[in-house]
Design a protein around this ligand. Structure first.
Ligand SMILES: NC(=O)c1ccc[n+]([C@@H]2O[C@H](COP(=O)([O-])OP(=O)(O)OC[C@H]3O[C@@H](n4cnc5c(N)ncnc54)[C@H](O)[C@@H]3O)[C@@H](O)[C@H]2O)c1
Length: 268
């Protein structure tokens, strides 16, 4: 684990909805993750960026620090519990414990643009998707909830997918299984942590225009747009808006819910 770039920044952020709060975001450098990071920072949060892309992490950190935001990048492969712990220790020392945890990281491997069928799926690919999309969510919650329980306040937002709710032939079984598991975890942790003032909710994006989609031929994304009620793909900023709502005080009586941000695709 390493820190790229300079200091932590001075916190001269524009908005104030999350002033004096600290958020940790996994997969922070990607399409949706970076939109969530930018939105939280713009609203005054100190944001810890966890990702395994040191170049992208340094770039995003430096850009936001230069704009006066209090952000710090921690390099970690979230498949590894010790790497998650080291990242949380680093961010905790610099920014404080997480008031908000956004479990955003996720991968959806394809082979030649196609999701593998069950008989084609190598065990290694299955295990990697379980580790990144599911184990990391437990690791991060395990590491951050002691602080939330202690202060009797916290927000956890898990990034599921409509593919965790309905059959979607663009993704493979491993991805659907992990995204469905996040819905179960969201409900379970909501029940378990509610008495400590912690809400746990999820988001189920539909097709969102991010680098993740590049693994799929363009015609497939066009076809999804055609059968989406709003007739287009979503943007990372639209997912970030929903995430900030769930992280905010406006959502204080909402817990155990997974909100579709899908423009009316695969309505469940
Ligand atoms: N894009 C979509 O259409 C869509 C739809 C539904 C759900 N989602 C979910 O939204 C989340 C973000 O997706 P995205 O489209 O922004 O993806 P993305 O590919 O743009 O970003 C993923 C980020 O995670 C990081 N990452 C991957 N593996 C990692 C690991 N082992 N350790 C640390 N970091 C790792 C990558 O470096 C990257 O920065 C995912 O959970 C995804 O499943 C996306």
């Amino acid at each position: 684990m390493s820190t790229a770039g300079g200091g932590v920044g001075n916190g001269a952020a524009a908005g104030a909805r999350f002033a004096a709060q600290t958020a940790y975001v996994t997969g922070a450098v990607g399409g949706i993750g970076s939109a969530i990071v930018r939105a939280l920072a713009a609203e005054g949060a100190a944001v810890g960026l966890i990702d395994r892309d040191p170049e992208g992490g340094a770039r995003l950190q430096d850009e936001l620090q230069a704009a006066g935001h209090r952000v710090l990048y921690a390099n970690a492969d979230v498949q590894d519990f010790d790497a998650c712990r080291a990242a949380c220790d680093q961010l905790g020392a610099a920014l404080g414990g997480a008031d908000i945890l956004v479990n955003n990281v996720g991968i959806s491997p394809k082979t030649n643009g196609r999701a593998l069928k069950v008989w084609e799926m190598p065990p290694k690919e299955w295990e990697t998707v379980m580790a990144v999309n599911l184990n990391s969510v437990y690791y991060m919650a395990h590491l951050t909830t002691p602080h939330m329980v202690k202060q009797r306040r916290g927000r956890i937002i898990n990034m599921s997918s409509v593919a965790g709710k309905a059959y979607c032939d663009i993704v493979a079984g491993h991805y659907a299984a992990t995204k469905a598991a996040l819905i179960g975890l969201t409900r379970h942790w909501a029940g378990e942590l509610g008495e400590y003032g912690i809400t746990v909710n999820g988001l189920a994006p539909g097709r969102i225009a991010t680098p993740l989609l590049k693994s799929v031929p363009r015609e497939i994304n066009d076809a999804v747009a055609e059968i989406t009620a709003l007739r287009r793909l979503g943007t990372p900023e639209e997912v970030a808006d929903a995430c900030l709502f769930l992280a905010s005080d406006q959502a204080r009586f909402i817990t155990g819910q997974v909100v579709d941000v899908a423009g009316g695709w695969l309505m469940t």
